[in-house]
Design a protein around this ligand. Sequence first.
Ligand SMILES: *Cc1c(COP(=O)(O)O)cnc(C)c1O
Length: 223
Amino acid sequence: MTAISQAIHTLQGSLPKGVDLVAVSKFHPVEALMEAYNAGQRIFGESRAQELIKKVPEMPDDVEWHFIGHLQTNKVKSIIPIVSLIHSIDSEKLLRTVDEEAGKAGRIVDVLLELHVAQEESKFGFTPEDCLRLAGDGTFASLKNVRIRGVMGMATNTEDEAEIAKEFHAIRAVFDTLKQGAMSANPEFSIVSMGMSDDYEIAIAEGSTMVRVGSKIFGPRQY
Ligand SMILES: *Cc1c(COP(=O)(O)O)cnc(C)c1O
């Protein structure tokens, strides 16, 4: 067994029921993805539109492609026909662009709202307040071609596990507030995407339903 297939088996065997694994394959060659595929992995996460578009025809048809990186509005149209879930909706502008392009393509696209809770400075992601405001004022409900499936977030890159847990807790709390409030009539609002190679166990303890693991499966990335 290769190191990659071993890692997939170990991870798949250790994740609790109800937690899905996204194999984050950015910067790795298709040969590496195929090793994961042959070990049973079907969900792959990519963070750059061009790389995603190049890999799709080189992989089997039953792969589910998730987009997890910052998405520029001018790249939306090119990935709409390919993706089954966009994790990284990080602004109202991007959300509206995806809705518009999905409409033009005659598709309903599943998306997650990216929340910014980490201490690191970032231009990307909704604050919990913005997210709750857009849910409350009817903005989300007005979009016809996107289906909001849940939330996504990242914790600060730190050794401080209490801080990481606190941030994941905050992401889960936004999800729960929406689930009990503005999204209560939407059973498909069910995904909390949080946890990466170094912190997915903390994320699961705080209520993650989908972990995005890259280097722990594929090894270090060669940028
Ligand atoms: C790269 C990336 C991951 C995976 O990171 P690892 O530390 O390699 O597991 C997860 N989520 C996002 C948004 C990423 O960009």
